[in-house]
Design a protein. Structure first.
Length: 248
């Protein structure tokens, strides 16, 4: 099985070299999507060997970075694409776990809430965990899924899955559009437990998304738009996304 590990980065000079050194132990093919970094990230990447880099001239967003990863994996005929973050929350040692799990799935997603690990971490920020629980529950109710973590970026995708989704959400809500499209396409979804690691409680989303209520409304809007985009989907009012009585 030929696989690629893709890492979206934006101003990750603090973690980048350490993460890449560790990923190399588990993945012979690595792609970094530099989403318009303005710190030392580009200089660090320029010194790396045996590394594929896609550069966005300006910051386009988390979803846009993953869109570039999907496109690269498809164009270069990889069987499986693994995606992971570069902020120290994802352990490269778990890559083989994802790859083992995908033998009977189309998408394998890490879950920080499937089970607990004995591992040091700062507490999960309350608003992040609460919003994750709300959105995960609403996705499950709407799509008939059984997810425990709707937002984990540590995933493995079969080529089939990449070819059957069409992601257009460029921001942090990209995983939610993905789940709607995956459910609509009937893709096989599996979760595997991964450690819940938080190293920087002050790390922010940026802009209006730093406001928890506005972030929740944005996430619900992404899901509502994704549902509405699929004619033939058994459309019902998405919980909390639209005013009562406003379903088409």
């Amino acid at each position: 099985m030929r696989f690629l590990t893709a890492i979206p980065v934006y101003n990750e000079e603090r973690h980048l070299e350490k993460v890449l050194d560790e990923v190399r132990r588990y993945s012979p093919h690595i792609l970094v999507i530099d989403d318009g970094s303005t710190d030392r990230t580009p200089k660090i990447l320029a010194k790396q060997k045996d590394l594929r880099v896609v550069t966005h001239a300006k910051n386009r967003g988390y979803g846009a970075a993953l869109m570039s990863a999907f496109d690269y994996a498809l164009r270069h005929a990889y069987d499986v694409l693994v995606t992971m973050d570069c902020d120290g929350q994802h352990e490269p040692a778990r890559i083989p776990v994802l790859l083992e799990a995908i033998h009977d799935a189309d998408i394998v997603s890490g879950s920080r809430y499937l089970r607990d690990f004995r591992q040091f971490t700062l507490p999960t920020p309350h608003d992040r965990r609460q919003i994750n629980q709300i959105i995960t529950s609403e996705l499950n109710q709407t799509l008939g899924l059984s997810l425990t973590d709707a937002f984990c970026g540590f995933k493995a995708y079969r080529r089939k899955a990449l070819a059957q989704v069409c992601i257009s959400e460029t921001g942090w809500g990209m995983p939610l559009q993905l789940w709607v499209q995956a459910a609509q396409a009937g893709l096989r979804i599996k979760e595997v437990g991964v450690p819940r690691i938080y190293l920087d409680p002050k790390r922010a989303f940026g802009g209006v998304l730093d406001d928890a209520e506005k972030r929740l409304a944005y996430y619900r809007g992404v899901i509502a738009d994704a549902l509405a985009a699929h004619a033939g989907f058994d459309w019902e009012c998405f919980v909390g996304a639209l005013p009562r009585g406003s379903c088409p």
